[in-house]
Design a protein around this ligand. Sequence first.
Ligand code: MG
Ligand code: NI
Length: 475
Amino acid sequence: MAKAKKITLNPISRLEGHGKVNVYLDARGEVESAQFHVTQFRGYERFTHGRPYEEMPIITQRICGICPVSHQLGSAKACDAILGVPIPETAYMLRKLLHKGQYIQSHALHFFHLASPDLLLGWDADPAIRNVVGVIAKFPDAAVKGIKLRKYGQEIIKALGGKKVHPAFAIPGGVTNALSEDDRDRLLAGMDEAYDTCQLALDLLKAWQEKNLAEVKRFANFESNYAGLVDKEGAIALYDGNWRIVDKNRKKLVEFNPAEYLEHIAEKVEPWSYMKFPYYKPQGYPGGCYRVGPLGRLNACDKIATPKANKELENFRTLAEKGLRGATLLYHYARAIELLYALERTEELLKHPNICSPDIRYTGQPMNEEGVGVVEAPRGILIHHYGVDKFGKITKANLIVATGHNNIAINRSVELVAKEYIHKGKVEEGMLNRVEGAIRCYDPCLSCATHAVGKMPLIVQIFASGELVGEIRRD
Ligand code: MG
Ligand code: NI
């Protein structure tokens, strides 16, 4: 009796962290299934037991060198809930500003450095040049502008939290320091250039989509639910809002206070993966797959509250309505629209009359034994959920990160691409690039996903009849 064959890809480059893909072939050499997983695990949730809750924003931001800002914000919000008091208006705005800085730097990095080699140089370009160095050689203007835009986001983060030895800026009850007027003025002066570069990213992406419409439509395009935070008017909300899940046609399935996530979301454990598989409970596993991050948020919201980004959203909807709603490659365009939104919000926040106020923190004793903090990290919904004893020491910590929410979808995307490129046991040219590209659309953070510290290697292996028949590795 023939056993399934297996293909493994390693390492998948230009992802944040590393993972592994296994492809299993059936007796005819066709793809039976594919699995994307990470190979290491450290139980971050456990080490925090017994620590004072107010240390959590500092401890948990070290989960990941890529997403420290998202973790400190999710953590600080969970701590605010334990403290049981609202934070001052200026602290609220400064946390949002920090968050926008993270979006700008993360989304700019993703487009200009991680995704643009695939898009601007082409999937089938020689891997030796299909990287950021290749982009710099062929599109020097875009590459340099991209670096500057990312730096602009980093400057926002630095103006707030970056001056401290312990860089947790968001702390229970508020933030550690005010924004100076000099920093505000300096950041405002950089806005025009930041908008120009964002427009360049949008122009490049839209031209690429137009040219490659058939591939965008075919490539890992599948129906799923979508999830994101929205405000009371249904507009996209990045720092806080209700958690909305919509179906494949954008029809609302549920909208709830994120603190009640356990009523709606469950996590499946698969023996072959250290990453869990969250799903929407009423639809079961894996049918309750929902996608988070830029594509999830733009499909889940009704609108964007800022004018330029909302105009782009209207254009995005016209594409989505042409059979592209589930197109994984639309993540890139959605991400660029969010970049524009983050810039518009940054401008609004910097121009707010109270943004430089020194009223930035409430202090007090913890009122509640439990706290949930949820933010939209650039990659999607991030949950920090803590329990404390009467002394404020952590008794339980549960984290669900964006890459976890997308785990079912990433696996499905990898499988769809593998099915397109592997037939009769033969791997077509370009398969590896496209599997990588499919994963990259989600901008997964594997450090976060396993709550591990540092980076992990990633492999793609092909198995046939239970035996390793191919291994693709690129360092
Ligand atoms: Mg967890
Ligand atoms: Ni991360």
